[in-house]
Design a protein around this ligand. Structure first.
Ligand SMILES: C[C@@H](C(=O)O)C(=O)SCCNC(=O)CCNC(=O)[C@H](O)C(C)(C)COP(=O)(O)OP(=O)(O)OC[C@H]1O[C@@H](n2cnc3c(N)ncnc32)[C@H](O)[C@@H]1OP(=O)(O)O
Ligand SMILES: [Co+2]
Length: 133
């Protein structure tokens, strides 16, 4: 596992939060993308070397809708950059972590992604990201 790739923040209204984070960072989102399979609309901001992903649910079954219902808006996940997602999944499984999808799926911003259950990681949802080259 290399560096933090992004931090995901669950928001109720992406348009409003885009304006808020634009004011915070002094620069607009560099990309907006819908990921239908995850039931989310996302936007991405760069702040120096760090990337922030805002996520709004697009349907009531979306992980983001459920999260906001239970916990409210806020930090939803931390994503880590990995070189080889399949071998990292195998390594983490052998260490006893609960992988939510053994087969990586297409995420936003040109990445293959997999998630670890927050129950096995002190309540923090972890995302693994491998860049699609
Ligand atoms: C586009 C992409 C990208 O960057 O490329 C993304 O990020 S997509 C990001 C959106 N996609 C995902 O998150 C996909 C992976 N997530 C999931 O599969 C799900 O959200 C789970 C993490 C399994 C949780 O699902 P669900 O709430 O239905 O399960 P559950 O009712 O069994 O909840 C189990 C416990 O986990 C807690 N829980 C749920 N989401 C959590 C989160 N994000 N961080 C910390 N805890 C969380 C619940 O409050 C509950 O706690 P209690 O038991 O204490 O009540
Ligand atoms: Co993410």
């Amino acid at each position: 596992m290399k560096k933090i790739e992004h931090i995901g923040i669950a928001v109720k209204n992406l348009e409003e939060s885009n304006l808020l984070f634009q004011k915070l960072f002094g620069a607009p989102a560099y990309k907006q993308e819908e990921v239908t399979s995850e039931g989310v609309k996302t936007s991405f901001f760069m702040n120096g070397p760090n990337k922030i992903e805002l996520l709004e649910a697009t349907n009531p079954e979306s992980p983001i809708a459920k999260f906001i219902e239970k916990k409210g808006e806020g930090i939803h996940h931390i994503a880590f950059d990995v070189e080889d997602i399949l071998s990292e999944i195998e390594r983490l499984k052998s260490e006893g972590f609960i992988i939510l999808n053994d087969t990586p799926k297409k995420g936003a911003d040109n990445k293959l992604v997999a998630f670890l259950h927050p129950k096995g990681t002190n309540g923090v949802l972890i995302e693994l990201c491998q860049e699609i080259k």
